[in-house]
Design a protein around this ligand. Structure first.
Ligand SMILES: [Fe+2]
Length: 268
């Protein structure tokens, strides 16, 4: 048995689809041993490109309404294709030119310190598989659509990329697992699910919201708390449900300032 064999939870939409499971194992195997310089190429199927096209077309107009300007500047700069899954090597080259970041392929979830440690080296560890085609607007795990539309677009913005890097540097100073958990909760409530007021509207800069067709249209109904990284670091969350509480900054610039301040002091 290959170490890249994928085990899906019992409620995963692809868990009884043998063709999907075989494809997941194939992509996981190809993702092992890739370097930041040249992530392995994947020949995506027409069905996989269809899922990308469907989700990408649905999210684009939603970004115009719900995403902060800084993220949208990243979208324009990176210019991901709308009609097919991009190759990580292509995205890596683009990001390197824009912000000095690289993308490295991984088969699936990696240990938390590995993920954050890579951020300190301006390297984003990304999956390459596509969610199950039966539910194009849902994925229980971070697939290539979440990684690229949520995170890579953000990393094309120098200001957002600097926050990711600061989170990575902070992680190197987490001396205990509890500290590491605190940091990951702050990351969750900011770079995954952060919201900020802009032009009189609540908008998001978080990859989790920016890549979710359902949640990006409902986050304005969430309960809001004022932006406070210390409070975020103590707040638990449910990754399987829409977030019922979000931390709203007065502006993206305020979120940026406050988060840099927290991350720069973290662990010192
Ligand atoms: Fe993510």
């Amino acid at each position: 048995m290959s170490s890249s064999r994928v085990a899906l939870p019992i409620d995963h939409p692809g868990v009884t689809d043998d063709g999907y499971l075989a494809r997941r194992n194939e992509i996981a195997a190809a993702s092992i041993g890739g370097s930041p310089v040249s992530p392995p190429a994947i020949v995506y199927t027409p069905a996989e490109d269809d899922v990308w096209r469907t989700v990408s077309a649905a999210l684009s107009p939603l970004h115009a309404e719900y995403a902060v300007d800084e993220y949208r500047a990243g979208v324009v700069a990176l210019s991901l294709p709308a009609d097919r899954v991009p190759q990580l090597s292509w995205v890596s080259e683009r990001l390197d030119a824009l912000t000095g970041w690289r993308v490295r392929a991984v088969p699936g979830l990696v240990p938390i310190r590995t993920f954050y440690g890579s951020l300190s080296e301006r390297t984003f560890l990304s999956t390459q598989y596509v969610r199950h085609p039966s539910v194009p607007f849902y994925t229980p795990e971070p697939d290539v659509i979440h990684e690229m539309i949520g995170h890579a677009n953000a990393l094309a913005s120098p200001r957002l990329a600097a926050l990711y890097e600061a989170a990575g540097r902070a992680s190197l100073r987490a001396s205990t697992d509890a500290q590491m958990e605190e940091l990951s909760r702050v990351f969750w409530f900011t770079l995954e699910f952060g919201v900020a007021w802009e032009a009189g509207q609540l908008r998001t800069y978080g990859a989790g919201l920016l890549s979710s067709f359902g949640e990006i249209q409902s986050f304005r109904a969430s309960a809001l708390e004022s932006f406070d990284p210390a409070a975020m670091s103590r707040r638990t969350y449910d990754i399987t449900a829409f977030q019922d509480v979000l931390f709203a900054a007065d502006s993206f610039a305020d979120a940026e300032r406050s988060l840099h301040d927290y991350l720069d002091r973290f662990g010192r």
